[in-house]
Design a protein around this ligand. Sequence first.
Ligand code: ZN
Length: 175
Amino acid sequence: MSKRTSRKSMDYIKEEYIKTRTMPANWYLSSYKFKFNITHMQPFLEKLKQKKLVGLQCSSCNRIYFPPRQVCGKCLVKPDRWVDLRETGKVASYTVTYLKDPETGKVIERPIVCAQLDGADTSYPTQLNPDIEFKDTYIGMPIKIHWAEDIQGGLMDIEYFDAIEDDAKDLNKTK
Ligand SMILES: [Zn+2]
């Protein structure tokens, strides 16, 4: 018997609690205010303004986060070391999206990729050059940043990724 089935067959024991008090009430989720702290991203955003890329490294596990994260998902400590990154990377994973062309009404098949920059340990969802078709996209595809014309110091400064030459000749399988 596998571990999984044995775990599944275990009976779930629900603890009984004595109900102390019940009150009729409503819970308005819309009344909550959420704050997204981006102070840890300031050096990253400043660098983007100069078309430079930095990742945030965790000094505990050496993981490099791009985009930077406030807390290392592995060690639960604050990554605190900025490291320079290149404009190149690879497609870590991808999927397809179907968008309707507003003019022709035709459905367009477009890839959405998770791009991992060279030197970074994480990837983030972004777009490829609109000329690249879904069928031509693959995991490990070498890519390079295409900067937006109007640089504002935000992740949108990276408009999309261009495909660059794949020199991994061993991947070209002969038919
Ligand atoms: Zn860590």
